[in-house]
Design a protein around this ligand. Structure first.
Ligand code: ISJ
Length: 374
């Protein structure tokens, strides 16, 4: 057969497949009506498994491809049913009832001391709020949990040093809502108590993330990096100790705050050094113009499960902007996935997708839908 003849054959086959696909979707609609009447859930995992196993063995050498094709068709069949039935009732209600923003967020938990990068990000998002400082990420989550703070601000990711794993672990543990986010350009400087030559400095103190973001400068100048709970605390300590040979890596703002001398500026590895911060809350708030969705879930150990979840977002044109997998405590090599997508849950199709995932996936949490200040 010539290429043209084979392609004609493919067109004929597609024309035969399409009405069958449409008939299958019509059946899914009828199933939805029965489920509504009988109060049954949309997702029936054992029925889907039975279909996939049967198709997989009938398809012979194309077993894998056929399973994938049928798995996608069943995703679409379920999506259609969720659109007709609603589903995810409780979550739907929580999202529907969410306010736009906290009326007053006076108490905001923040890492470090005055002058920390978290403090800068907080001032950008809530210029009127006064921060409550904590020395560790755990303290910020605990303050939000106990109600000592209304909100908490946390660095989640840096453009050169990568994700702050400890924060992702805490996000997955506490599962508070994410209600706001901002990206801050981070410029580090080397600051000491006296105006000395950089060559006289032997030890630098800073947060491990900042030390990692300035690793090239540290190596080039043969400095000994020592970790501190945050950059502003490092600046404060260097100011208090007034010792020769020590310096802090911190923001210019923190150096000024603690009256340190700036020995060098912009010492980070990358000139485009950005850190992304998120704001956590016990209560869900969704601004009208929200454009980022965060969620987390785990997956059954089966072929194509992550692919199938991601494909459903792609089908709605929602772009994946971040994915993180973290080990689940006490379970060997099982993972929670954390995902950020573009989108707004007040759009019906997006809400239906979130609600369907809520019903289908183990350990699923909708974490929020918020704006991102860049
Ligand atoms: C159509 C049904 O609903 C869902 C979709 C399925 C399918 O498309 O074949 C199978 C099981 C359910 O998860 C059903 O329950 O039969």
């Amino acid at each position: 057969m010539t290429l043209e003849e084979i392609r004609k054959e493919i067109d004929r086959i597609d024309a035969e497949l399409l009405p069958l696909f449409m008939k299958r979707m019509d059946c899914a609609k009828q199933v939805a009506a029965v489920k509504k009447e009988q109060g049954l859930p949309v997702f029936n995992s054992s029925r889907e498994q039975e279909i996939l196993d049967r198709i997989g063995s009938l398809a012979g050498e194309y077993g894998g491809e056929a399973r994938l094709l049928y798995s996608s068709m069943m995703d679409m069949s379920r999506a259609l049913q969720y659109n007709l039935l609603g589903g995810g009732g409780e979550l739907r209600e929580t999202i529907r009832k969410a306010g736009e923003a906290p009326e007053k967020a006076e108490k905001i938990a923040c890492l470090g001391e005055s002058g920390s990068f978290s403090n800068e990000a907080l001032s950008l998002l809530y210029p009127k709020a006064s921060p409550q400082f904590y020395q560790g990420f755990g303290g910020i989550f605990a303050a939000v949990a106990s109600g000592d703070a209304d909100l908490g601000i946390l660095p989640v990711e840096n453009s050169s040093a990568g994700s702050v794993s400890e924060v992702y672990d805490l996000i997955l543990k506490y599962r508070f809502y994410i209600v706001n986010a901002a990206t801050l350009h981070v410029h580090h400087c080397l600051a000491a108590a006296k105006k000395v030559d950089v060559r006289t400095i032997g030890t630098v103190y800073s947060h491990p993330q900042a030390l990692s973001q300035c690793s090239e400068y540290i190596t080039k100048n043969d400095l000994r990096p020592l970790p501190c709970s945050n950059t502003a605390t490092a600046a404060q300590m260097v100011a208090q100790r007034q010792e020769a040979g020590i310096a802090a890596i911190c923001s210019e703002h923190a150096a000024n705050e603690y009256k340190l001398n700036i020995l060098d500026r912009d010492i980070q590895n990358s000139s485009n050094n950005c850190t992304r911060f998120v704001v956590i809350s016990r209560k869900l708030f969704i601004p009208d113009r929200a454009q980022k969705i965060s969620l987390c879930f785990s997956l059954l150990h089966k072929t194509g499960t992550l692919y199938s979840v991601l494909a459903r977002f792609a089908a709605l044109g929602l772009n994946l902007t971040k994915m993180e997998s973290r080990p689940i405590q006490d379970k060997n090599f099982e993972y929670d996935f954390y995902l950020d997508f573009t989108g707004n849950v007040r759009e019906d199709a997006t809400l239906n997708l979130i609600c369907s995932l809520h019903e289908e996936l183990p350990r699923f949490s909708f974490l929020g839908n918020y704006t991102e200040c860049e």
